[in-house]
Design a protein around this ligand. Structure first.
Ligand SMILES: NC(=O)c1ccc[n+]([C@@H]2O[C@H](COP(=O)([O-])OP(=O)(O)OC[C@H]3O[C@@H](n4cnc5c(N)ncnc54)[C@H](O)[C@@H]3O)[C@@H](O)[C@H]2O)c1
Length: 436
C-alpha cells in the first residue's frame, strides 16, 4: 500500500487535502499546489472558502497573485464539504489548538477533525497532524480513532506528525525553504510522509517517532518563551538600577558565539509562544513531573502588561497628571510588527488595564483598522490615523507593537509623553520619553 501511495506522490497525482485554512493551512495549500499537486482546502468557515474561490486573500502577507494563480487554475479548491476528504490521498491537519480557561490543552478541534476523517478513512491514505500539541497526541488521539474503523496504521493507512514553523511576515524564510521535521507512528508512515513533504519543501528532517516531532516544536517555542522571560526579568532589574536594557543587549550581542539576543516587550503574543509551553506542562503532570522553568517563564511574561501599565501610570504622575481621565494612545494591536495577526496580543491587556485605571484609551494600527471581537476581548474601537497631529492629542503615547510605520521620529515631535516598550523612539524625537 505504501509503495502505491509513494508512486502517486512522485507522479504528483496524489490529491492533498488541508484541513484548517488559517495562517498555517493556507500557505500549505499554496505550497503543494505550486509543487504540482491537486489540493483541496477544507475549513468550517464558509467565508474563507468563498474568498479563496474568488481568488481573494484574507491573510495580508499572502498575496492575491498566489491565490489567484492556485485557485484560478482549479488545481486548488476550497470547500466546507468535508465529505470530500475521501477524495484525498494525503490529509494534513492544521486546526487550532488553544488553551481552555484553566490553561489546559483544548483538543476539541483535533478530535472533531479526527472523527470526521475516521468516518471517511479508506486504504491508501496518509494523515499528518501539524497543529502544535503535546507529545503523544497523534498516537493517543488520532491513531485509535482511525484504527477503530478496522483499518491498520502502517499497512492500510499512514499517520504522523510534522510541526509547522511558519513565521508570518518573514521575507527570508517561507514554507518551502524552512526545513520540515517529520515523524511517523511507524516506519512505513515515516517513509510516506518523508516522500510527501520531500516533494514540496527543500529539506525534510526525519525523526524516529511522531512524539519526537511533536516535542521538537514544543522545545523551539519553549526556548523562545523562556528566553523572552529572562530578558523581561532583566529589563525590570535594570530599569530599577537606571540601566538601559536595550543598550545592554546591543553590547552583549557583539559576542560572536554562545549568545543569542532576545528582546523585552509588553508581554507575549501570537498563537504559539504564550500557549504552547502549557501543553507540555499539562502533559508533564501526568508523569508526575513539574516543568517549573516553563511555569516561571509564564509567570514573568504574563506579568509584563501590568508592569508596563504601572510604569505608564508612574510616568503620567511624574508629568503632574492623574491616569484617571488621561488620554492614552496605544500604538499597535497586532502581536508582532508589520502583520495583521492580533491573536493573544498583549496590546489588548494594556488597553483594558489602562481603562480599568480610568484612562481614556484609543489605538493606532495601520494593519488593523477595526478591533475585531475575539473570544476574550471586545474593545469596540477603530484605529486612529498614524500622524503627528493625532499623536499630539494624547496625554501619553504607548508603543506596544514595533510596526515600521511607527519608527518615523517625526511622528513624536509634538507628543506630550511617550512610553516605549520596544525601543523604537529615538531619545531626540522631542517628546518626554520613558522606556518600559
Ligand atoms: N500561526 C503560526 O504562525 C503557527 C506556527 C506554528 C504552528 N501553528 C499551529 O498550527 C495550528 C493552526 O494555527 P493557525 O495559526 O493556522 O490557526 P488559524 O486560527 O489561523 O487557522 C485555523 C483554521 O482552522 C479552521 N477550523 C477550525 N475548526 C475547524 C474544523 N473543525 N475543521 C476545519 N477547519 C477548522 C478555522 O476556521 C481557521 O481557518 C495551531 O495548532 C497552531 O498552534 C501556528
Amino acid at each position: 500500500m505504501s509503495d502505491a501511495l509513494i508512486a502517486k506522490i512522485r507522479a504528483r497525482t496524489a490529491r492533498v487535502g488541508v484541513v484548517g485554512l488559517g495562517y498555517v493551512g493556507l500557505p500549505l495549500v499554496l505550497l503543494f499546489e505550486e509543487a504540482g499537486f491537486p489540493v483541496i482546502g477544507f475549513d468550517v468557515d464558509d467565508e474563507k472558502a468563498a474568498k479563496l474561490g474568488r481568488g481573494e486573500s484574507y491573510i495580508r502577507h499572502i498575496g492575491v497573485d498566489r491565490i489567484e494563480k492556485a485557485f484560478g487554475a482549479k488545481r486548488a479548491e476550497a470547500t466546507t464539504d468535508f465529505g470530500r476528504l475521501g477524495e484525498c490521498d494525503a490529509i494534513i491537519v492544521c486546526v487550532p489548538t488553544p488553551l481552555g480557561n484553566h490553561r489546559e490543552p483544548d483538543l476539541k478541534y483535533i478530535r472533531i477533525t479526527a472523527e470526521t476523517i475516521a468516518r471517511l478513512l479508506r486504504p491508501g491514505q496518509v494523515i499528518v497532524l501539524e497543529s502544535t500539541t503535546y507529545p503523544g497526541t497523534t498516537r493517543e488521539e488520532l491513531l485509535p480513532r482511525f484504527e477503530s474503523t478496522g483499518l491498520r496504521c502502517g499497512t492500510d493507512f499512514f499517520l504522523g506528525f510534522s510541526p509547522e514553523r511558519e513565521d508570518p511576515g518573514n521575507e527570508r524564510f517561507n514554507t518551502r525553504n524552512i526545513p520540515k521535521v517529520v515523524g511517523g507512528i511507524d516506519d512505513a508512515s515515516l517513509r510516506v510522509i518523508e516522500e510527501l513533504y520531500g516533494a514540496a519543501v527543500d529539506q525534510v528532517v526525519p525523526v524516529s517517532s511522531a512524539e519526537v516531532a511533536e516535542s521538537s516544536k514544543l522545545l523551539e517555542n519553549i526556548f523562545r518563551a523562556v528566553n523572552i522571560a529572562l530578558v523581561n526579568e532583566m529589563k525590570v532589574v535594570f530599569d530599577r538600577m537606571g540601566i538601559n536594557v536595550w543598550e545592554v543587549i546591543e553590547a552583549a550581542k557583539t559576542k560572536p558565539f554562545g549568545f543569542m539576543p532576545f528582546y523585552p516587550g509588553p508581554g507575549l503574543g501570537g498563537h504559539c509562544i504564550p500557549l504552547d509551553p502549557f501543553y507540555l506542562t499539562w502533559k508533564a503532570a501526568e508523569y508526575g513531573v513539574w516543568a517549573r522553568f516553563i511555569e516561571l517563564a509564564g509567570e514573568v511574561n504574563t506579568a509584563m502588561p501590568r508592569y508596563v501599565v504601572d510604569r505608564t501610570v508612574d510616568a503620567v504622575n511624574a508629568a503632574g497628571k492623574s491616569i484617571l481621565g488621561a488620554t492614552v494612545l496605544v500604538l499597535g494591536l497586532s502581536y508582532k510588527p508589520d502583520i495583521d495577526d492580533d491573536r493573544e496580543s498583549p496590546s489588548f491587556e494594556l488597553i483594558e488595564l489602562l481603562q480599568e485605571r480610568g484612562a481614556v484609551v484609543a489605538y493606532c494600527d495601520p494593519f488593523i483598522p477595526e478591533a475585531r471581537r475575539g473570544r476574550k476581548h471586545d474593545l469596540g474601537l477603530k484605529s486612529v490615523p498614524c500622524t503627528a497631529d493625532e499623536f499630539a492629542k494624547y496625554d501619553v503615547v504607548l508603543v506596544s507593537t514595533p510596526h515600521s510605520a511607527f519608527k518615523d521620529p517625526s511622528l513624536y515631535g509634538r507628543a506630550k509623553l511617550v512610553v516605549d516598550t520596544r525601543n523604537i523612539v529615538p531619545g531626540e524625537a522631542g517628546a518626554a520619553l520613558v522606556r518600559a
